[in-house]
Write a protein of this length. Structure first.
Length: 140
């Protein structure tokens, strides 16, 4: 029933081997090369992505440091402005105090001189006042 023809078996083996060689050269080798190149490209892209991630982290840290330094500098500028404003206000207060004290001293001197003048005037008019009081008392 089953007859094995050796020439046909040999021809089939040869055709199979030739088919393997042709397929290997035309299909499998280019496909394997393409897959290998794709794997290399993916590995390279992953390496680039990792490098970009580390660069991003470095830039983020640098940006945070710049922000912290800027905040410190802004606080220093703010403190200097507040201090200069305080100094200016204190200087104005001191000048106003000295001005008011000078005016007070001037007023006190003027008041003292007016008191002295009034006292002198009253002492001058004391005899007249006594005469007028004694005249009034005598009329009563």
């Amino acid at each position: 029933m089953l007859d094995i023809i050796p020439t046909l078996l040999l021809a089939t083996g040869v055709v199979f081997l030739v088919l393997l060689v042709v397929l290997n050269k035309t299909l499998y080798k280019p496909l394997l090369d393409f897959m290998e190149n794709r794997d290399k490209s993916i590995a390279k892209d992953l390496e680039g992505a990792d490098k970009n991630s580390s660069d991003i982290l470095i830039y983020k840290q640098e940006a945070e440091k710049i922000i912290v330094d800027a905040k410190k500098e802004a606080n220093q500028i703010k403190e200097l402005a507040l201090q200069s404003t305080r100094d200016s206000i204190l200087q104005k207060i001191e000048s106003k105090k000295s001005e008011l004290e000078e005016e007070h001293n001037k007023f006190a001197k003027e008041l003292k001189s007016q008191r002295d003048e009034l006292k002198a005037t009253l002492l001058e008019k004391m005899p007249l006042l006594q005469d007028s009081v004694s005249l009034k008392i005598s009329q009563i």
